[in-house]
Design a protein around this ligand. Sequence first.
Ligand code: HGY
Ligand code: MN
Ligand code: MN
Length: 456
Amino acid sequence: MARIGQADAGRPVGKGARMVHGPAEDRGVGDRRMAGGAAADAVAAVSEGRLWDRLMAMARIGGFTTEEGHEGVNRPCLTPLDREARRLLIGWAQAAGASVSVDPAANLFLRWEGTDPSLAPVLTGSHMDTQPQGGRFDGIYGVLAGLEAIEALAASGVRPRRPVEVVAWTNEEGGRFAPGCTGSMSFAGFKPMSAFDDIVDAEGVRYADALAAQLAEEADLPRRPLGYVPHAYVEAHIEQGPRLEAEGQDIGVVTGIQGSRWFTVTVEGRTDHAGTTPLSLRKDAVQDALRAIAALNALMHDPTDVLRFTVGSIAVEPGTSNSVARRVVFTIDFRHPDEAVLRPRGDAIAGVVQAALKACTARVHERFTAWPADFGPTVPEAVARAAASQGLKAIRLPSGAFHDAQFLVPVCPTGMIFIPCRGGVSHHPSEYAEPRACANGARVLTEAVLELAGGP
Ligand code: HGY
Ligand code: MN
Ligand code: MN
């Protein structure tokens, strides 16, 4: 299928589209209108108010309020809450004139037709699932910014040559079913879908069964085959880091994504009576897990504080105060932007764990590997041009968080747009982005998508 060719790249967006203004609260955008052209009309039709209202409506699906008054969201993938949010999105998309379809991985697609439907679409989007203590913007912002781009194309009467598709990827977070990105990995052919079948959640539900239930509940939605080669992929997302806010920047032109390696370590001991068993005779899985984690901390020591090493979950069995632990399972999330660090230190984890044990045995399983991804020039340049043409301050920066975009890099020209979030906080109920920042990102996305789609 076609990739970005010279004929498309940089085609001037067409003239002659109807001049439109966004809703009253956005009338101010008009004074930022660029010198004519369909892109200017489409950008001007992005509505800050509509986008914000939809973000807040989505935040109510799985929403909760913390004691401190923060508005968090807990919306795991492949659940009734997830399906409720998808139905809300589908209603908005169909009202805007987009068609809707679902692939075998339950990735949800919203399609805005171009003037030449035979051409490979420009794909945008993100994910709708959240962390258990998630926020109102991580993932969903990119899906709704993509829908806002479709709304803007519809409102401004702009029909680009290429179709534009917005995707809501299945299970980006990996909170309920680890690892994450199973929807985009399936779409990109990074792994066969069957590789994820037997992942189970905390209640023992298999991923394959939850996926089948989702598809059955959405049997009324048109189906599409798994995977295709988009013309380009561009994802809008909150930065989930402090730089844009700290440096007073409006837009992050994302250059790439650092690598991530996830492991589970299972330490096997023997349960015993806590009151009668001498320590010298114990096979205490907690004590050996602590020895292993201490040794891993030494392996992962990085005086430059670039390396990220997290033990986010520790499960102890039988987990009572007066029984020596027979099993501990703990997780490792290890990240670094340089493969020359990520590969050797990740490969050393199993040996370091084994060497640290005193009385138990251990198994180390790597369950997610995403090598550092470089976005190259094509999409980041389109994003940078869009930010510049809209008079927005922008810097180039890599992503510390992983994203579905990581798995599109081998498939097609890929990039991301970051907007600032308060204090860089994410995966926390206090996660927040300003309405104007959300609209800025959607406007840059609209213009970049329109350029990549070859204009009208
Ligand atoms: O974990 C991550 O980096 C992403 O936010 N899911
Ligand atoms: Mn995310
Ligand atoms: Mn996340």
